[in-house]
Design a protein around this ligand. Structure first.
Ligand SMILES: O=c1ccn([C@@H]2O[C@H](COP(=O)(O)O)[C@@H](O)[C@H]2O)c(=O)[nH]1
Length: 281
């Protein structure tokens, strides 16, 4: 079974395409977890408890697990999410010469972090991604048109063929998809690009970050981010993920009433996003 087959099952089970971003910014961790062992994991554990019924996937960003105890917090987080039956997409944006990329790809192993999918940067070309593409059971999301304002600086550059670079990346990712394990990262802040990239790769699932704190277009994220029905089954969903990180995990910052209220607000934010996205599915 490919990652996307498993993701299709998860989306159908929870009736949600929400990816909950687990970005435990140390400056924003609430006092309830500050003094615990592995505070980042303790924070994530409570967030997972509160949100897993609405989570198609969890997306920890590797940047938030740098430093002392970071890797341990990440490993515990992934194992805890798996214990709830939720797949984990590690947002690490990897990409390096083959010898180094093989080391990065080891994080997908069961004796590594055992993430189900990973984001990769295509800038160094196919050989830099090969160790990931070979992993038939793991998802590989290739950065295509990112959500940040500066994404245009390089990704919109027009090639001699007249197409923008991000469209070439989409076409290449389709070629690299021999194992049916490739997805694309396209930001919700770029609705026109979401539409044009979907025309190039009708069957490739997108990870769409940028709704929530970045103010992206939720309707376009669903309309173009999801594939058509994943299989012939009547109840098969379209596959894709719409991510919100800060908008869910820090929703409790305005809540009054202690830890239960704080984490309960995250659960509500995840449910509300799932319901909002479902209006467009
Ligand atoms: O184009 C991209 C690629 C990755 N991201 C990551 O997604 C989350 C978004 O967090 P929010 O708090 O919902 O803004 C974060 O980990 C980014 O590094 C992205 O935003 N855009």
């Amino acid at each position: 079974m490919t990652f996307f087959d498993r993701l299709a099952e998860r989306i159908a089970t929870v009736d949600s395409v929400v990816s909950v971003g687990l970005d435990p910014d140390p400056d924003r961790l609430p006092e309830h977890v500050a003094d615990a062992d592995l505070p980042r994991f303790q924070f994530n554990r409570r967030i997972i408890d509160a949100t897993h019924e609405h989570a198609a996937c969890y997306k920890p960003n590797a940047a938030f697990y740098e430093g002392a105890d970071g890797w341990a917090a990440l490993a515990e987080t992934i194992a805890y999410a798996h214990g709830k039956g939720v797949p984990v997409l590690l947002d690490a944006k990897r990409g390096d010469i083959g010898n180094t990329a093989r080391q990065y790809a080891d994080t997908l192993d069961p004796d590594g972090l055992d993430a189900d999918a990973i984001t990769v940067n295509p800038y160094m070309g196919r050989d830099s991604l090969e160790p990931f593409l070979q992993r038939e059971d793991k998802g590989v999301f290739v950065l295509c048109r990112t959500s940040n304002p500066g994404g245009a600086d390089l990704q919109d550059l027009e090639l001699s063929s007249g197409e923008p670079l991000y469209e070439r990346v989409a076409a290449l990712a389709d070629l690299w998809n021999a194992n049916g394990n490739v997805g694309l990262v396209v930001g919700a802040t770029n609705p026109d690009e979401l539409e044009s990239i979907r025309e190039i790769v009708p069957d490739v699932p997108f990870l769409v970050p940028g709704v929530g704190a970045q103010g992206g277009d939720a309707e376009a994220a669903v309309e173009h981010g999801l594939t058509a029905r994943w299989s012939d089954a009547d109840d098969a969903p379209g596959v894709g993920l719409v991510n919100s990180s800060r908008g869910i995990i820090f929703a409790g910052e305005e809540a009054r009433g202690g830890a239960d209220a704080y984490f309960g607000a995250a659960g509500q934010a995840a449910r509300q996003l799932a319901e909002r996205l479902n209006e467009y599915r």
